[in-house]
Design a protein. Structure first.
Length: 351
């Protein structure tokens, strides 16, 4: 029997085919989704772990490099040179290397104690937070932790009157000085103290040390005159007279930073006055190094100071001294000294 065209069309109708449903259901679909998610999480976790390991190796390598003596010593030298040379007897902690760190951007950081020598003790007076970037930019902040809410800060130094305006040195009495001298007289013998004093005339550091030879005291800093009066108006009136105090550099005891480590001295002592030239040369070398290698506030001014000192020599106009209170009291009778400021007082700790 022959097929009609109508019969051929029915051969291709949809209902003549059996519908094939998938063999997996809803549970199988969810399982496939979670499997895909877990695979993604594992891949992401592996990538993060790899990044962490690379970062850890990078940071460890940085610390290994920056913990080398030369690199670390340069950072310590930066802190000590800038901070101590611009302070009055201020000292920076130099022994706790655990407080140094380096960031991934190659910035070195340190959080160190600040102290002053009062007698034989190193008395903590604050903290310093210092940073040195890879470009040589050096910044720091000092947080003072004074023992008393109304305690005195270290007293300023005054330039010799003959240097600035010729006012006779006999007209020098001021309330703050009188207060310091009165307190000094009333302290009993079982104490040591720190005191600032000024000279009536500029002097070489050796000359100042000679004035102190007969007294049982130690010197922790000397203010240096570096020609600052040429550029600044620094006078102000107090009690009908003119006192002159200026930002200045300080000659401090020698600190040496070498590739194999560092060493430093706590005081200038009268017996070592013959070695003062070595101290002066070290200070000039430090000043040149820090003003040429670091970018810090006042670097340009320090370059001008360095040029002045190289041309005119190093002269000082005062000192920060420490020792028994009775020895400090004797210094107030020395004709060459003036403007005494009593600072920190501690119980007896003097050898």
């Amino acid at each position: 029997m022959s097929k009609t065209p109508h019969d051929e069309e029915r051969v291709f109708q949809e209902e003549d085919f059996e519908y094939q449903r998938p063999e997996w259901g809803h549970k199988q679909f969810k399982r496939m989704v979670w499997k895909t998610r877990w695979k993604f999480f594992l891949n992401a976790g592996g990538a993060l772990f790899l990044i962490f390991m690379v970062y850890h190796i990078y940071v460890s390598s940085l610390h290994i490099y920056f913990d080398q003596s030369k690199v670390r010593n340069d950072f310590i030298r930066s802190i000590v040179s800038v901070v101590e040379m611009h302070g009055d007897g201020l000292r920076v902690e130099k022994t706790n290397y655990e407080l140094f760190e380096v960031t991934p951007l190659l910035t070195q950081k340190a959080n160190l104690k600040i102290y002053r020598h009062v007698g034989s003790w190193e008395v903590i007076t604050g903290e310093i937070q210092a940073e040195l970037s890879i470009t040589g930019k050096f910044t720091y902040t000092i947080t003072n932790t004074g023992a008393y809410m109304n305690g005195n800060n270290p007293g300023p130094f005054y330039l010799p009157y003959s240097l600035v305006d010729g006012i006779p040195t006999k007209d020098k009495d001021a309330s703050d000085e009188s207060s310091s001298l009165n307190r000094l007289r009333k302290i009993d013998d079982g104490h040591v103290a720190e005191m600032s004093l000024s000279l009536k005339n500029l002097a070489h550091p050796d000359q100042l040390m000679q004035l102190l030879t007969d007294y049982d005291v130690a010197v922790t800093a000397m203010p240096i005159y570096s020609g600052e009066l040429k550029d600044q108006d620094i006078s102000y009136s107090r009690s009908g007279m003119f006192n002159y105090n200026i930002p200045h550099l300080s000659l401090k005891p020698l600190s040496e930073f070498k590739e194999d480590g560092a060493n430093w001295y706590n005081y200038f002592v009268p017996e070592d006055s013959g070695q003062m030239q070595e101290q002066v040369q070290a200070m000039l070398s430090d000043l040149e190094w820090m003003s040429n290698h670091l970018e810090y506030s006042g670097a340009e001014l320090d370059k001008q100071r360095l040029a002045y000192l190289k041309k005119n020599g190093v002269q000082v106009y005062g000192a920060v001294v420490t020792g028994p209170v009775r020895e400090l009291e004797k210094l107030t009778k020395v004709p060459e000294f003036q403007h005494f400021q009593l600072n920190r007082v501690e119980i007896w700790n003097w050898d």
